[in-house]
Design a protein around this ligand. Structure first.
Ligand code: HEC
Length: 182
C-alpha cells in the first residue's frame, strides 16, 4: 500500500509547478520554456520582436561622441498609425525600434562624386533597442518595456536601468524622443 503514496504527491507537485509557471507566461505572447521563467518576469524586454526589420520609417539621427553612429527609428503598424494620427499616449502594442550603425565614409561614393562627401551605414553598432507599449506588464516604467540587445542577447540590469530614467526627460511626449519625419 505504501507504494501508492507517491502518486498523489507527484500530481500535486506537477499542479504546483504549472500554477507557478502560468502567470509568467502571460507576460509574453509565447510561453517561455521553464528555465526562462526568470527572464519572462523581467521588467525589461527579453526577446527581439519578430519582423522588426520590415517595419516602417519614423526618422533617423546621427550621434557623435562616444556613440559615433547613424541610426534609424522604425515602428510597427500600431506605432506608425499613432504617429500619423497624432495619437498620444501611444496605444497598447506600439513597438518602436532603434537600429544603429557605424557611420562610415564611403570611398566608392566619394570616387563617383569626385570629392569627399559621402557617409553610409556600416556594421550594426551600439545595440538594437526597442520600446514596447504594454501598460500592464510595464506599469513601473510609464507603460513602456525597454529592450537592448547585443548579438541577439538582452543587456544586463545595469544597462537596462538607465533607459526609463533618461526617457523621463520627455514624459510629456509619452517618453518617446523621436518625432515623425514627414
Ligand atoms: C542618456 C539618455 C538616454 C538613455 C540612457 C537611453 N536613451 Fe533611448 N533615446 C534617447 C534619445 C535622446 C533618443 C532620440 C535620439 C536617438 O535616437 O539617439 C532615444 C531614442 C530611443 C528609441 C527610439 C524612440 C525614441 O524614444 O525616440 C528607443 C527605442 C530607445 N531610445 C530605447 C532605449 C533603451 C532600450 C535604452 C536603455 C538600454 C535607452 N533608450 C537609453 C536617450 C536615451
Amino acid at each position: 500500500m505504501n507504494k501508492m503514496k507517491p502518486l498523489p504527491f507527484v500530481i500535486a507537485a506537477i499542479a504546483g509547478a504549472i500554477a507557478c509557471v502560468t502567470p509568467v507566461s502571460k507576460e509574453s505572447s509565447e510561453a517561455p520554456p521553464a528555465e526562462e521563467t526568470q527572464a519572462g518576469s523581467s521588467p525589461y524586454m527579453t526577446e527581439i520582436p519578430d519582423g522588426y526589420r520590415d517595419w516602417r520609417f519614423i526618422s533617423l539621427a546621427r550621434e557623435e561622441g562616444t556613440l559615433d553612429d547613424i541610426r534609424v527609428v522604425l515602428g510597427n503598424d500600431t506605432a506608425i498609425g499613432a504617429y500619423r494620427d497624432d495619437e498620444q499616449p501611444f496605444p497598447e502594442g506600439t513597438i518602436i525600434a532603434r537600429l544603429a550603425y557605424s557611420y562610415d565614409e564611403s570611398d566608392e561614393n566619394n570616387a563617383t562624386f569626385g570629392r569627399k562627401q559621402s557617409y553610409v551605414a556600416g556594421l550594426p553598432k551600439n545595440g538594437l533597442q526597442f520600446m514596447v507599449k504594454d501598460s500592464v506588464a510595464y506599469a513601473e516604467s510609464g507603460g513602456w518595456g525597454f529592450g537592448h540587445f547585443v548579438d541577439g542577447e538582452p543587456a544586463d540590469e545595469a544597462m537596462m536601468s538607465t533607459c526609463f530614467a533618461c526617457h523621463q526627460a520627455v514624459a510629456e511626449r509619452d517618453f518617446v524622443f523621436t518625432r515623425y519625419a514627414p
